[in-house]
Design a protein around this ligand. Structure first.
Ligand SMILES: NC(=O)c1ccc[n+]([C@@H]2O[C@H](COP(=O)([O-])OP(=O)(O)OC[C@H]3O[C@@H](n4cnc5c(N)ncnc54)[C@H](O)[C@@H]3O)[C@@H](O)[C@H]2O)c1
Length: 345
C-alpha cells in the first residue's frame, strides 16, 4: 500500500490535504506536526483513535491515518542518520514515501512576519533538513510550497503593482522578497531546482497567494473579518486604510491545482496559485457585512502592519499549460466562510 507524508499536517493547508488524500486515495497517510500552531487531529480527523504509542497516534478502522506529534527536524535528522528509524522507534514498516507534501513551516499572518522575523527564519532549517532527506531518499514525488511572498516587493507598491507572473522571479536578476518569510521561500525554490536538476528528484513548487477556507485560523484576515461581520461589529476595524489588496483563493482550488501540478511538473518549476483577481480588505468587509445585512462605519487602524499594497497574480501560464482555472468564485468561497463563522459564534 502506498504511503504519503504530509508535514505540517495539522496546519491549515496540511489538514485539508490529509483529509483530501484520505478521501480520494487508498494510501496510508503519515502526517507530522509539532502542534506549535496546528490543531490536534482529534478535533478534525473524523475517525476514531485506534492505537497510540509514544508520539504516534493511528486513526481510522483501516489504520490509514498516522499522526506523529513531534518536531519534523528531529525526525528528519534521525532518518538522515538511519533509514530504519521508523521501524526501530515505532515499529512502523515505512521505508520510502510515495508523495511528500511539505507544509511544515512557521507562517503566521502579518504580525508574525513583521513582528518576529527571526522566528520565521527557522523555516530555513526546516527546509534544509527536508531537502537533504528528499535528495538522499528520492520519494516518488515531492511538493515544495513556496509563497507569493517570494516575489519582489517593488512590484507590489501602490503606484506600481503588477499582476505577478512566474517569470518575475529570476535567480539571475533578483528583486527583494517579503521579509525573512519571503527569503526562506525563495531559498526553498532554489533548493527545489537543485533537488530536481542535480539529484534527479521529482519536485513541484507552488506559489499560493492568499489561501482561505472555512476552517482557517482566526489570526488570518478572511475568517477574522467573517467572524466580526457575523457578530455585526460596528464600527468595523480594518488594518491600515483597507485599500491594500490580495488575491484570495479557496483552499479546495489550492489543493486541486497542487495535485494537478504534481502530475505535470517534475523539474522544480514554480507556479502561481490564485484567482488572478485583486480584492481589497474594504471590499472583503463589504462582502461579509452584505451577507450579515448591515453597513458599518469603517475604522482604519493605521498603526497595524499591512505588508505590501497589492499582491495578485497572473494565471496565464497555468491556464495555457495546465488547462486549469479556479472553480470557486470569491462570492461563493466567502459565503462558505461566512456560514462557518455563523456556526462559530
Ligand atoms: N495558506 C496559504 O494561503 C499559503 C500561502 C502561501 C504559502 N503557503 C505555504 O503553505 C505551507 C502551509 O501553510 P499553512 O497556511 O497551512 O500554515 P500553518 O501555520 O497553518 O501550518 C503550518 C504547520 O506546520 C507546523 N509546524 C511548524 N513548525 C514545525 C516543525 N518544526 N515540525 C513540525 N511541524 C511544524 C505548525 O504547527 C502548523 O500546523 C507553508 O509552507 C506556507 O508557507 C500557504
Amino acid at each position: 500500500m502506498a504511503i504519503h507524508l504530509v508535514t505540517g499536517g495539522c496546519g491549515f493547508v496540511g489538514r485539508n490535504m490529509v483529509n483530501r488524500l484520505y478521501r480520494d486515495t487508498s494510501a496510508r497517510i503519515l502526517f507530522i506536526d509539532d502542534l506549535s500552531v496546528g490543531t490536534h487531529p482529534d478535533t478534525w480527523i473524523g475517525q476514531p483513535l485506534n492505537f497510540e504509542h509514544k508520539e504516534l497516534r493511528i486513526y481510522g478502522p483501516d489504520e490509514r491515518l498516522l499522526f506523529l506529534h513531534t518536531d519534523l527536524r528531529d525526525v528528519l535528522r534521525e532518518l538522515n542518520k538511519d533509514s530504519q528509524y521508523f521501524q526501530k522507534r515505532y515499529g512502523l514498516n515505512v521505508a520510502l514515501f510515495d508523495d511528500i507534501f511539505h507544509f511544515a513551516a512557521i507562517v503566521g499572518g502579518r504580525s508574525k512576519i513583521d513582528g518576529d522575523p527571526m522566528l520565521v527564519a527557522q523555516d530555513l532549517s526546516i527546509d534544509a533538513e527536508m531537502f537533504l532527506y528528499v535528495c538522499r531518499n528520492k520519494p516518488r514525488r515531492f511538493l515544495y510550497p513556496s509563497s507569493s511572498a517570494a516575489y519582489p516587493i517593488d512590484l507590489q507598491t501602490e503606484s506600481h503593482a503588477l499582476q505577478l507572473k512566474e517569470s518575475d522571479i529570476d535567480f539571475k536578476k533578483m528583486g527583494e522578497p517579503d521579509m525573512t518569510y519571503g527569503w526562506s521561500k525563495l531559498t526553498g525554490e532554489y533548493l527545489a531546482k537543485i533537488a530536481a536538476g542535480f539529484y534527479g528528484v521529482h519536485v513541484t513548487c507552488i506559489r499560493p497567494f492568499s489561501g482561505y477556507g472555512e476552517d482557517q485560523d482566526l489570526s488570518y484576515p478572511v475568517p477574522a473579518i467573517a467572524a466580526r461581520a457575523a457578530r455585526k461589529e460596528n464600527p468595523f476595524e480594518v488594518w491600515g486604510t483597507g485599500k491594500q489588496g490580495r488575491d484570495f483563493v479557496h483552499i479546495d482550488d489550492v489543493l486541486d491545482l497542487t495535485l494537478l501540478a504534481m502530475d505535470k511538473i517534475s523539474d522544480g518549476r514554480a507556479i502561481n496559485i490564485g484567482m488572478g483577481r485583486l480584492t481589497s480588505f474594504l471590499e472583503l468587509i463589504q462582502v461579509f457585512t452584505g451577507f450579515a445585512g448591515y453597513k458599518p462605519t469603517i475604522k482604519p487602524l493605521l498603526d497595524k502592519p499591512v505588508g505590501v499594497h497589492s499582491r495578485y497574480c497572473d494565471m496565464t501560464w497555468v491556464e495555457e499549460n495546465l488547462g486549469w482555472k479556479a472553480k470557486i468564485s470569491i462570492e461563493e468561497g466567502m459565503r462558505r466562510v461566512y456560514e462557518a463563522a455563523l456556526k462559530r459564534i
